[in-house]
Design a protein around this ligand. Structure first.
Ligand code: CRA
Length: 816
């Protein structure tokens, strides 16, 4: 991108006069209206463009600096991004929030009302997608040249409504009103092939696809904080050829047939698969994955050729991070490009490929490790199958030479699973094709190397490492919790902590300071009032801002054990009916979406809503216990709940949650965790201190042992009267009839050891209540949580990736 120069360029000033001029002129020229007749949507769109334009200028300078430096670039391949709302972030990153507020006020409009028109693109399921967004934010903040590649789903993650207590999924047409943050680039369209056959031409194999679809990119800007760098996230949308519409069919009245061809193509990016950590055996999903990979690699190669001509330096200039296995097809695709299209020899191509890729694994759940039936793969991507076989051959030859005669090992390490059906193991493909493999928390990385990927860790120990996840302090503290951010900045003497989160340590000395504690509590209370106002409008439930705000917010999954929290609520309800002083006044907030096909966990949502209805209507516990299920959890809702939370529920069965990132966001905002020794909870507890964390439950080793042994949930239920009473209350229909299925899973196999951990969990909750009764003690714990969360900054995560995997240098962008 050429950098335009000269005084004619508007939209770079940050004075009120310049801002107002641009806003009014955008309204006029972009929306064709004036302030007098503008709708709120018009004002929102014009404001967004006005802010965006200030980033465009930085983007132009960023592109120029990258072109000149010819640096090693980080390409992040991810099927999911949860970027969150952009308007407030971009106002903040351009330093125009106050100016915008004043200018709008002068025009008779409130920024807060306009900002509510901003729509979050929910192009992901949960933690993995939000992590991708936090890493992009930190990459730009660190001035590291990076591009995030993804899919521009027309429909993001479904919007969740609760109807009669049950989850109902509604389509998320996030760009319905047009997204001002997107820059479509029609002229960069790229053809992607599917199906077809392999031909041999002059001794070279070549894929002749039978079907092609166009990939049309659009990008969004990813500004760094406190720097001039603006990177991009490039999202691909599937388009049919412009003459795919069948006019003849249409004219003959066959309108459905007329658009068939268009739909076939465009369906590829129609909808995000709403499966979280479960496999989706659908042809369209595999097509999506290849679509992302093919478009992105073409673009990466194009960018490389803008600055370089010699393939031997490709891996020095390029590192491609695979965000889980969804983009693992990039390994055979790069091989195909290098060998078939650019005619490199196999060994050279393989060496380039391996040096280019790195792979992050985000799970331990065996059902979340993707595999694809060979038959489907062969039909859709015949040449890629040949390449996978060839990679596998070399790979298994290496295994044979290092561990001769170990057929069992070869079978376990193979890219192909043979039984019960031949399938391609995508995690194996990603490991074999990468020079670095990482897990996302220390425990997770260790368990990966000891269990899920143990054979690979034995084969190539040097490839394995850990990079613990992190979160953006800009979004999850400064933007989400402006009150706390202001208090912190006041005490630490500036905003330096926003890009150097370890500075929060300075708060530890204030943990016992009663005046600081008082102000800390005022902030929490005000945040709870904001949450209460929202909850009341959304659900009608009234929250007490002085009650302990106890939150279990994240995707619904049995391993995350929302049901354990619910058993606690039921027991509290019983206890409080007998003794109103049995617990501290408490608000329990649940929020999260369940995969639409995950029936068992949708039943738990229903049960929660059943319990909430009964508890909230019971005068015996009024003012003591309130339960709310807040629908449609997403990044925007998290930004509301997290600052208000006192107690953070991180209660997954140990060994199941790879890392978790909600745990970090909540602790950073001064919530105290009640949690198991799972994922990053362990590192969180190490840092905030055991005294400031309520630990309970079996550890991962013990959980595995219980599972292997003769575990009898029924006996536990029989020997614990409170637990038995809670289960009986569900069984006798107090919270709605017909929850026998939920009880059966608990009393039958209890896969996630909910009953085994029940008593320890209640004890931990009692300890939390005791601490809450002493406000000085609780507030000190809360402050210490924030103070010791510096490690969980996404800036630290990116620095770890940079030092251990990417080896990419920053490229500072000069100011104008
Ligand atoms: N569901 C893990 O389960 C982890 C995030 C980000 C997950 C979380 O524990 O914090 O990734 N895994 O690393 C996943 O999506 C495909 O696996 C998640 O978000």
């Amino acid at each position: 991108m050429e950098q335009p120069n000269g005084p004619a360029l508007r939209a770079i000033g940050t004075t009120a006069a310049e801002f107002e001029r641009d806003l009014v002129s955008n309204l006029y020229f972009e929306r064709g209206t004036t302030m007098e007749s503008a709708s709120a949507q018009d004002v929102y769109q014009s404001l967004a463009v006005t802010v965006r334009d200030r980033l465009v200028d930085r983007r132009a300078r960023t592109a120029t600096a990258h072109q000149a430096a010819n640096p090693r670039c980080v390409y992040y391949l991810s099927a999911e991004y949860m970027l969150g709302r952009q308007l407030r972030q971009n106002l903040q990153y351009t330093g125009t929030e106050e100016v915008a507020r004043d200018v709008l006020k002068g025009l008779g409009v409130s920024l807060d009302e306009i900002a509510d028109f901003d729509v979050e693109p929910s192009l992901g399921n949960g933690g993995l997608g939000r992590l991708a967004a936090c890493l992009l934010d930190a990459l730009a903040t660190a001035d590291i040249p990076a591009v995030g590649y993804g899919i521009r789903y027309d429909l993001g993650l479904f919007r969740q409504a609760i109807v009669d207590g049950a989850q109902v999924e509604r389509p998320d047409d996030w760009a319905f009103d047009g997204s001002p943050w997107e820059f479509p680039q029609q002229d960069d369209r790229q053809a992607v092939g599917f199906y077809g056959r392999v031909e041999v031409e002059a001794g070279r194999r070549r894929w002749i696809p039978e079907e092609t679809v166009l990939g049309e990119p659009s990008h969004m800007l990813v500004p760094g904080y406190g720097t001039q760098t603006v990177n991009i996230v490039r999202l691909w949308r599937a388009r049919a050829d412009s003459d795919a519409f069948n006019l003849a069919d249409f004219a003959a009245g066959r309108s459905a047939e007329a658009v068939q061809e268009v739909l076939r193509s465009e369906n590829i990016s129609k909808v995000l698969y709403p499966a979280d950590s479960t496999e989706f055996g659908r042809e369209l999903r595999l097509k999506q994955q290849y679509f992302l990979v093919s478009c992105s690699l073409w673009d990466i190669v194009r960018r490389f050729h803008l600055r370089n001509s010699d393939w031997t330096v490709f891996a020095d200039k390029t590192v491609i991070q695979l965000n889980d296995t969804h983009p693992a097809l990039a390994v055979p695709e790069l091989m195909r490009l290098l060998v078939d299209e650019y005619e490199l020899d196999w060994d050279t191509a393989w060496s380039i490929t391996r040096r280019t890729f790195a792979y992050t694994c985000h799970t331990l759940l065996p059902e979340a490790l993707e595999t694809w039936p060979v038959a489907l793969f062969e039909r859709l991507l015949p040449r890629h199958l040949e390449i996978v076989y060839a990679i596998n051959q070399t790979h298994l030859d290496e295994v044979e030479s290092r561990f001769p005669g170990d057929g069992d090992l070869r079978r376990r390490l193979s890219l192909i699973q043979e039984e019960p059906e031949r399938r391609i193991r995508m995690a194996h493909l990603a490991v074999v094709g990468s020079h670095a493999v990482n897990g996302v928390a220390e425990l997770h990385s260790r368990l990966l190397a000891e269990t899920t990927l143990a054979d690979f860790a034995r084969l190539w120990p040097e490839r394995f490492r850990n990079v613990t996840n992190g979160v953006s302090p800009r979004r999850f503290l400064r933007l989400a919790n402006p009150r706390l951010a202001a208090l912190i900045s006041e005490r630490l003497g500036g905003e330096g902590w926003l890009t150097d989160l370890d500075q929060l340590r300075g708060l530890a000395a204030l943990a016992g300071d009663s005046e600081f504690q008082r102000r800390w509590r005022v902030v929490k209370r005000d945040n709870k009032l904001d949450l209460a106002a929202y909850v009341r409008a959304a659900t009608g439930v009234v929250l007490d801002p002085d009650a302990l705000c106890d939150v279990h917010v994240k995707r619904f999954h049995e391993y995350k054990r929302q049901l354990l929290k619910l058993l606690h609520v039921i027991t509290l309800h019983d206890r409080l009916r007998a003794d109103p002083g049995a617990d501290v006044p408490r608000t329990v907030v649940f929020a999260g979406k369940a995969a639409p096909s995950y029936h068992a966990v949708k039943r738990i949502i229903q049960l929660i809503n059943g319990v909430a209805k009964v508890v909230n209507a019971d005068p015996a516990v009024a003012g003591r216990l309130t339960v709310v299920f807040l629908p449609d959890y997403n990044v925007t809702r998290a930004e509301l709940i997290v600052p208000a939370a006192d107690l953070s529920e991180q209660i997954s069965l140990a060994g199941k949650e790879a890392s978790g990132t909600g745990n970090m966001k909540l602790a950073l905002n001064g919530a105290v965790t009640v949690g198991t020794l799972d994922g990053a909870n362990i590192e969180l507890r190490d840092r905030v201190g055991a005294d400031n964390f309520f630990l309970f439950g079996v550890d991962a080793a013990c959980a595995a042992e219980v599972r292997r042994g003769d575990y009898r949930p029924g006996e536990i239920a029989g020997s614990d009267p409170e637990l038995a009473a809670a289960l009986a209350a569900i069984a006798d229909g107090r919270y709605g009839a017909g929850f026998g299925d939920v009880l059966d899973t608990l009393l039958g196999r209890d896969e996630y050891l909910t009953l085994a951990d029940y008593r320890a969990y209640l004890d931990a909750q009692d300890a939390a209540a005791a601490a809450w009764r002493d406000p000085a003690r609780w507030t000190a714990m809360s402050i210490r949580n924030t103070a010791h969360c510096g490690f969980f900054s996404a800036d630290r995560t990116v620095a770890d990736y940079r030092d251990r995997i990417w080896h990419a240098d920053p490229v500072p962008v000069p100011p104008r």
